[in-house]
Design a protein around this ligand. Structure first.
Ligand code: ZN
Length: 279
């Protein structure tokens, strides 16, 4: 897997970066919806978000990302013994393709195991993989209605519950929801729009110097993603919110030692909108 584009190497797009940082500091804000035409680096910026988040500790091998400090006693892969080995891993960014099936999102019966071993087993889906991470939907406005309904249910409950062929599985699924969309391709259902804490409008930079810099960095990244990531790693580290305890929801306190951005606006109630991404 090639290294993803570093957050710190994104040129301009200050509002977008701010919205992502706010969610990195305080996932309770409720996710980001990024609206903008093609070619505004929406997806690139979103994919770099995972690199900003501090790594998490999980019960080793648990596909439901149980926290070793407080494993889910009803974990479908458990119960985990008290001395279950733990591991630290980066936060995942899991992508939900707009054409995914409900089974792919929610999980389904593991038919192979059922047929080979005669056991009823559950194969976790995207909602399990995204727990304690980021769920990213590109072209979120094109998501089919049955996936939107399921997503809204799970987002509201923080739990995914699947019943299939006599197998009942329930597991926690809490994630930062991030969507990108091109408004020219249709609007978002109001119920889903309400789910995002922050909406950002992005536009391409009109500044020729900035455009040249965008292309220069993109070419460098494409030529050698690893080296490019190393070059920017220090700055991404400085952008990363301090790990450990989460900051309170609002106001988000500026952190002078770890963040180089201006301080976020206070009390971002659901639905505040930033616009005019480039100056
Ligand atoms: Zn578990």
């Amino acid at each position: 897997m090639t290294a993803s584009y570093p957050f710190s190497a994104i040129v301009g797009q200050e509002d977008l970066k701010l919205a992502l940082l706010i969610n990195a500091v305080s996932p309770e804000v409720g996710g980001v919806l990024v609206r903008g035409e093609k070619g505004t680096a929406k997806s690139t910026a979103v994919r770099s978000l995972a690199g900003l988040l501090p790594p998490i500790r999980v019960v080793a091998g648990c596909p439901y990302s149980c926290d070793p400090e407080a494993p889910n006693p009803e974990c479908p892969a458990g119960p985990h013994p008290e001395d279950a080995p733990a591991e630290e891993r980066p936060v995942r960014l899991v992508e939900l393709p707009v054409g995914a099936s409900t089974d792919r999102l929610a999980g389904t019966l593991d038919l192979e195991k059922a047929l080979l071993e005669g056991k009823k087993a559950f194969e976790p889906g995207i909602l399990a993989a995204a727990h304690r991470g980021i769920l990213y939907v590109d072209e979120v406005n094109l998501l089919s209605d049955h996936l939107v309904d399921l997503l809204l249910d799970v987002a509201a409950m923080g739990t995914n519950h699947v019943e299939r062929e006599g197998v009942s599985v329930r597991h926690p699924s809490r994630f930062i929801l991030v969507g990108t969309m091109n408004p020219e391709e249709g609007e978002l259902r109001p119920q889903l729009l309400d789910r995002f804490g922050v909406t950002v409008e992005v536009t391409g930079s009109p500044d020729p110097k900035e455009r040249v810099e965008i292309v220069r960095r993109r070419l460098h990244h494409e030529a050698d993603a690893e080296e490019f990531a190393r070059k920017w790693a220090g700055r991404t580290g400085r952008s990363r919110p301090s790990s450990g305890r989460r900051a309170p929801v609002s106001p988000v306190p500026p952190s002078p030692t770890t963040s180089s951005t201006r301080s976020p606006p206070s009390a971002p109630n659901s639905g505040w909108t930033a616009s005019g991404a480039t100056s």
